[in-house]
Ligand binder design. Structure first.
Ligand code: 3H9
Length: 690
């Protein structure tokens, strides 16, 4: 529970200072807002006060409205909008003193003040859209009046925070300071006490051209874009309606979003992400690595090295041969340069990151570093060999991590003298971009090390999810079922392009076949060969992908996979040869082809995830159902507006999902054995999240 508190201090030569002090992020919950309202009234009615300053305690202004409050009945007390109106109606100048962060409703509170003073380094943002909301306290009305419509559109629809420096350039912040921001704001308020400057009185700069373009760019409303469309509608009100009417319009749109399934799902993901870092029996850690070595300089090794350098860690990239190391160095430099050219990375920051990267052909470079991540070929013997060497050279307290996506962590740890220091860190490709880090605990991994790995994930700006040690862990274990159904559907008559379209329409950015073409068919071929040895011989098995691999169709890198690719172009082109190959595999396997509906594709691919997701929870591979959803949202781009596979199943109705799975079992056999956990929840009216 947060302790709701605000303070009022009238001892600043007539400038009253109101401090929001409600850890952890000074969220504006009902109690905080009620106290704020009372303090604003006292400042306005106190003749000794010439002006007011509003600030936040503990180095931050505010993280915005209290997100916990959105699912609850509306409280009867004053709202944030009432506080804003009181400031605007009153006769005194208010100055917001910003530091740390001012997000969402926090930034909107500041916009209702006459002026804003910020400490350098503050980040400000209208982040509501990430929660499927829109700024509901004037962020679509005061903001375009302060910084112009196009810049407001960027902030409201993009949702990314901007620096105080940029906000100053845009006119959102009136003064920057390196010193004490409250003192600076008090001085500013005293100096401008007679100069009211209400955002609501300013004219909106801009026209509707940006709005029209943004509408075209936005995802369709029914496919995750609801908040974007409503935000644009609310911003349009700044051009077409008087201020108070536009505010009412904004409020009505905000309430519709707050009650929408898309926003509920995104808010669920917000809390699920934070929950994932809380692991029973694992102590909270504030571990930070300073130095690291990554063994293996391929796509994964290079991406992981960049992720580490981005997190402020000095990294040595190690590979056996100088040519490989040189190639990695060039690829990394090219990747940074391309991000810089797209305007997503400042030059000085790019240079700092590049300076953190070192290269070596000798394993000796791992001696002395805090963290070692092995990212060599996905082959058990190769990994074991590397770990034997690491064990001899690494510092006793170093973290020994393996970036495997499927292999047994315990078998790898067993070749070392310190299995308690060995952990799996499964990065997702491209590792410098994807937010998920699966942290795989071996049987002997120490709890402290798991805590440190979760803290490391945070240092890298990633979401860490702890997974048990099994083939594929959480994500890839479920993926195998999704892919299997895709391949069976191909044999039964669907085409790769049909399946990919259905999955895209469901909300993933890529279907399974565009994805496998991108990742390379050879990667999963290797895993399949290993798994084939374990598969009961009479079980149905699709040979489609093996046949493609035998023809050298490894995907984009060979110009052909499930699609054809023109040289230098990543756009997939449907290929009649592939359809013929699939037909011939179906004939050989005695499978009669038929028309497959989109509905069947969606259910068989997504429910395969749900069923295995339930097994993953039941056997403890995932600590909780929401961890499964976090893995799928951040590792596989499952649409966050659906919340993840298990939440999706719940909103669809567990009973309905279960009944379909039972029907699939009758038709297709053993692969569709319903998860006992799903069966139990579906038949008893239970919930994964109870
Ligand atoms: C809004 O403002 C609507 C308005 O337009 C209209 C109103 C009418 N509420 O992330 P962390 C908790 S919508 C409640 O680990 P960090 C969080 O759950 C809101 N709780 O720390 C966690 O709790 P726990 C718009 C919140 O330093 C703890 O704080 N605002 C809120 O890495 C620490 O969080 C946003 O979208 C909140 N608003 O990052 C901002 N925010 O320890 C959303 C955080 O129990 N928040 N908590 O797990 C963030 O982006 C990040 O949390 C923040 C801190 C940058 C603030």
């Amino acid at each position: 529970m947060m302790t709701a508190r605000t303070q009022l201090d009238l001892n600043n030569n007539g400038v009253a200072v109101i401090t929001i002090d409600s850890p952890p992020v000074n969220a504006l919950g009902a109690e905080v807002v009620a106290e704020l309202a009372a303090h604003v009234d006292s400042v306005l009615s106190n003749d000794a006060a010439v002006a007011g300053v509003i600030t936040g305690a503990n180095g931050i202004f505010s993280g915005g409205a209290d997100i916990h409050g959105f699912g609850k009945p509306t409280p009867s007390g004053p709202t944030l909008r009432d506080v804003q109106s009181a400031i605007e109606r009153g006769s005194k100048v208010f100055v917001a003193a910003l530091e740390g962060i001012a997000f969402g409703g926090g930034l909107e509170l500041a916009q209702a003040c006459d002026y804003r003073v910020a400490r350098n380094g503050t980040r400000v943002g209208q982040s509501e859209i990430k929660l499927g909301l829109l700024p509901g306290a004037g962020g679509t009305q005061r903001l375009p009046r302060l910084i112009g419509l196009d810049a407001a559109l960027d902030m409201d629809v993009g949702g990314e925070p901007i620096s105080s420096q940029r906000a100053h350039e845009l006119g959102l912040i009136d003064e920057l300071t390196d010193g004490n921001v409250v003192e600076a704001a008090v001085a500013f308020a005293a100096a401008h006490a007679k100069e009211r400057r209400r955002a609501r009185d300013l004219a909106v700069r801009g026209d509707r051209s940006g709005l029209d373009a943004a509408r075209k760019r936005a995802e369709p409303a029914e496919r995750g874009g609801l908040a974007a469309h409503y935000t644009i509608d609310a911003l349009e009100g700044a051009l077409t309606l008087p201020f108070d009417e536009a505010m009412q319009n904004e409020r009505a749109l905000f309430e519709k979003l707050r009650d929408s399934e898309q926003s509920k799902a995104r808010r669920y993901v917000f809390f699920a992400e934070r929950e994932a870092s809380k692991v029973p029996g694992v102590p909270r850690s504030s571990y930070k690595a300073k130095t690291a070595a990554v063994i293996g300089s391929g796509t994964m090794g290079g991406g992981i090295s960049m992720a580490l350098a981005n997190g402020g860690i000095d990294v040595t990239v190690i590979d056996v041969d100088a040519a490989l190391v040189q190639r990695a160095k060039e690829t990394i430099a090219r990747n940074y340069d391309s991000t810089f050219r797209k305007g997503r990375l400042a030059q000085d920051e790019m240079e700092r990151r590049l300076a953190r990267l070192h290269y070596s052909t000798s394993l000796d470079a791992i001696a002395g570093v805090d963290l070692i991540i092995e990212a060599v070929f996905e082959e058990m013997d190769v990994k074991k060999d590397v770990f034997r060497k690491i064990d001899k050279l690494a510092r006793p307290d170093a973290i020994l991590a393996t970036n495997t996506s499927t292999l047994d962590i315990d078998a790898i740890a067993a070749v070392t003298s310190r299995p308690e220091r060995v952990i799996g860190t499964h990065f997702f490709s491209p590792a410098n971009v994807m937010k998920l880090l699966e942290i795989v605990r071996g049987a002997k991994t120490s709890s402290e090390l798991i805590g440190d790995a979760l803290s490391l994930a945070k240092q890298l700006g990633k979401v860490g999810v702890v997974a048990g040690n099994c083939d594929g862990f959480i994500g890839n274990r479920m993926l195998a079922h999704y892919r299997r159904e895709g391949d069976f559907l191909l044999e039964e008559g669907a085409t790769p392009q049909q399946i990919d379209r259905v999955i895209r329409e469901f909300g993933l950015p890529m279907g399974p076949y565009a994805m496998v073409d991108l990742a390379g068919l050879d990667i999963s071929w290797r895993v399949r060969k290993r798994r084939n040895a374990e598969r009961p011989p009479l079980r149905r098995y699709s040979k489609v992908q093996d046949r493609m691999c035998e023809l050298g169709r490894f995907g984009q890198k060979t110009g052909a996979g499930f699609y054809k690719y023109e040289s230098g172009n990543r756009a997939p082109i449907p290929d009649p040869d592939v359809e013929e190959l699939i037909r011939s595999v179906a004939r050989e396997s005695g499978i009669a082809q038929r028309e497959i509906t989109d509905d069947e594709i969606r259910k068989r691919c997504i429910y395969a995830l749900v069923n295995e997701g339930a097994n993953v929870v039941a056997d403890g591979t995932a600590i909780r159902a929401s961890d499964v959803d976090v893995v799928w949202v951040y590792g596989y781009a499952f649409p966050s507006w659906r919340g993840g596979p298990l939440r999706y199943a719940e909103t669809t109705g567990l009973r309905a999902v279960y009944d379909d799975i039972v029907a699939f079992q009758k038709q297709h056999g053993v692969y569709w054995t319903p998860s006992p956990l799903l069966a139990q929840l579906a038949t008893s009216g239970g919930s994964f999240f109870a």
